[in-house]
Design a protein around this ligand. Sequence first.
Ligand code: FAD
Length: 497
Amino acid sequence: MDSPFKGKVVVVGGGIAGVTCAEQLAFDFPSEDIILLTASSVIKAVTNLKPVSRTLEDFKVEEHGCSSLEDRCPNIKVIQSPVKALDGTGHKVFTEDGRCYSYEKLCICTGARPKLIAKENPFVLGIRDTDSAQEFQKRLESAKRIIVIGNGGIALELVYEVEGCEVIWAIKDKAIGNTFFDAGAAAFLIPQLEAPKAEIAVPCRRTKYMADGDKPALSRTEGGNPGTALGPDWHEGIPLRGSKGVSHSVHVEYQCEVEQIFLQQEFLQQQAKSLSFPGNKAENAELQLDKEVWPVYVRLTSGKTYGCDFVVSATGVVPNVEPFLSEKFDLAEDGGLKVDDHMRTSVPDVYAAGDVCTAAWEPSPLWQQMRLWTQARQMGWYAAKSIAADIRGETIEMDFCFELFAHITKFFNYKVILLGKYNAQGLGVDHELLLRCTKGQEYVKVVMQNGRMKGVVLIGDTDLEETFENLILNQMDLSKYGEDLLNPDIDIEDYFD
Ligand code: FAD
């Protein structure tokens, strides 16, 4: 193609990373065209951005039609057409509608999709965007039992939100929520799974998806192309209720994985046996054989087999890199495009941000990458700043947000704040944990090493985030305070003022 459309910078992806990147570039280069190519019919916009502390931030995410971004930033042109190929040498990208776009710099922000345990099985669902969330809701309405596989954020939210349906939750770890918590925090949360759901949500500063007109909106897929990832509160406005009259009915199967999935016919032919729902029975209680016939059966590596209406596979995500692989990118083990400390990939003039990329720089000792929307926003913004600096021949320092891992969210209706090496990730054995727990109210865990605070988990309304964030950032020697750090009778804020 000889006369491609031209953009100073072309950004691919209309999720948080892509939109934040394009907006910042539009601001930095007001007289240049910034092209945003996206597969989805809606784009994400971050609004109401408010700092909660130095590193924690609160914002809303709204979904809008593509034109709203063009209205806000007239030098951004949004084109809805999936990218199908890249010519890195020629500095061109090709879209499925047959067009070609040339760029000076390209930023890939195509997100990731669920890693399904079985791809071609119609009874195995992943949740990523509106279509998949609605499909899940539709199927749930007539379901009596589902099996949820996985132990990350999506599985955690799902098992708590689903009502009126038996849920068998199979996890490979010893405790629930292993990505975010340790066994202590899991034990704090478990009673919530057995209790009826609170009608009034505990107030919590957190991000929320809202559409124009305040209606909950969710990301949509077009013609099988990946939509933008949902986020926290994706289930708001979608009742997650099955066909049974129970509130919560969750049984956790620990330390097991899926060995095999059988369709009904296959299972019945084998004359194999499945187990009935164990409910909250003690682990060593005798399990009953199931008399019901189910559409699908799952055999776990623990040797147990359960039937269910469908399976939800929430076992992580795979970065959407395929359209770009005509170029030889350095890929990380998790399949992401490796990026350096300027969000540059291994292909010249090509940057990446958000779920699609893997941080391959030497990280700060208190930061780790997690595919979360706060990081998607931060990376999108920082990629734009790096692109601008490279175009102008300027140098740029790594942004402060990569100094300390900071995440605010909500699990089982509790506010949850995670800072630094909150699970002692990579700290070796010479660390210690300080704990404070009031059942049903708060759980505070502090990770210490050599007298320094390395990370914290705060569940509930603890109001400790700012003080602990400062203590982690300044790496002050706290040895002399010992367990007083968590003494509820000491006002720690005054102490370190
Ligand atoms: P995405 O939002 O996935 O956007 C990718 C964009 O690229 C989309 O617009 C897509 O259409 C486009 N695209 C893809 N391929 C192409 C192509 N070939 N050509 C053109 N465009 C393309 N994070 C949290 O922090 N907290 C949570 O509680 C949380 N809960 C979640 C719950 C669910 C159910 C899900 C699915 C995710 C959750 N996340 C959560 C993760 C968070 O949503 C993602 O980390 C974040 O949205 C990633 O943003 P992104 O811009 O990198 O990618």
